[in-house]
Design a binder for this molecule. Sequence first.
Ligand SMILES: [Zn+2]
Length: 85
Amino acid sequence: MTGRQTLTGALAVDLGDGREIRHGQRAGHIHYTRQPRAVYTCLLCHQQEGPVTGAETVQRFVDSVRTIHAARCTAAAPTTERQAA
Ligand SMILES: [Zn+2]
């Protein structure tokens, strides 16, 4: 068993609609009729990151959004932050 995990955010990914291009210079690429889309909702501060659209953008977003949000999450702000006296 690993350590206890806390659910801190919800990542929703819509893979979009598309089909593989079979011929021509872009063969093997996907032609999207509806672009992939992703949005992240933090369950601690209830802020959203995104939505972002586009296959590559969504991929980068999924890979990094938790780290990016953790850095600016107001609910998870470190207690070392100076507080008004
Ligand atoms: Zn947050």
